[in-house]
Write a protein that binds this ligand. Structure first.
Ligand SMILES: NC(=O)c1ccc[n+]([C@@H]2O[C@H](COP(=O)([O-])OP(=O)(O)OC[C@H]3O[C@@H](n4cnc5c(N)ncnc54)[C@H](OP(=O)(O)O)[C@@H]3O)[C@@H](O)[C@H]2O)c1
Length: 208
């Protein structure tokens, strides 16, 4: 679907809905090692001037997210984490897993989808949810941006270089202009960047 058409559809379905892509990456831009491991997410830096992540704030913030969307390989990582006793990161929020395979459904909040991503987001998710969070991996995030579905990108950079791995965005076929909306640095050495994706909803409205 051409970008402008995707934007018109989005504005018609639910103007208040917002699609966020969120991932954590190494400074050299990888979200996982080549074999999928994310052991490097545990870093040990300390930035004296940084903020502390208050658990109460995090809990309140997570409540503002209405649903999660992820690719099957990210889901498989989440299942492995849960199997190792590390818990389920998505609470009781609806979690949509994109897959063409028959994967185990470990809880009632998980739903599987296979097919056209733009139709799924604009036709199914936007009319029902306001804060829609894409939480990886690289393949799904790239597709979300490529189809012009994302409103914002939240990029948490960890204080580590890992040299090789799965890049945050797989090959995009065009430039995507962004607006830097927020920066936060934490005591842990993590920097959180929030960008709004430009050239969409508001700008397309202003242009008409
Ligand atoms: N650092 C972070 O913040 C972070 C966040 C998330 C994930 N990760 C890591 O990233 C890695 C996974 O990323 P990835 O890019 O390899 O994979 P991914 O994006 O998680 O999953 C891609 C897979 O999802 C399925 N899929 C995607 N779109 C679909 C559609 N429209 N319809 C049906 N199925 C669809 C396909 O698999 P099938 O159809 O074959 O099932 C595809 O191969 C994992 O190692 C994970 O731990 C890191």
């Amino acid at each position: 679907m051409p970008l402008n058409r995707a934007l018109d559809v989005r504005a018609m379905t639910n103007p208040d809905s917002r699609v966020t892509i969120h991932m954590a990456a190494s400074l050299d831009g990888f979200i996982a090692r080549q074999d999928g491991r994310v052991d490097w997410l545990e870093t040990s830096d300390e930035f004296v001037g940084g903020d502390t992540l208050d658990p109460g704030f995090v809990e309140a913030f997570l409540k503002t997210i209405d649903c999660y969307v992820m690719g099957s390989r990210t889901y498989e990582t989440a299942l492995r984490f849960e199997g190792q006793g590390l818990g389920w990161s998505y609470g009781d929020k609806p979690t949509f897993v994109l897959t063409s395979r028959d994967l185990p459904r470990v809880r009632d909040t998980v739903e599987f989808y296979s097919g056209d991503l733009a139709q799924f987001v604009n036709g199914h998710l936007r009319p029902r949810f306001c804060a829609i969070w894409f939480v990886g991996g690289a393949a799904v995030s790239t597709e979300c941006l490529r189809l012009g579905l994302a409103d914002e990108v939240r990029y948490s950079i960890l204080p580590i270089l890992i040299g090789d791995g799965i890049p945050f965005f797989e090959k995009l076929d065009r430039d995507t202009a962004l607006h830097l909306a927020e920066i936060k640095a934490y005591k842990s050495g993590m920097v959180e960047l929030r960008y709004e994706v430009r050239g969409h909803r508001d700008e397309s409205r202003n242009a008409t």
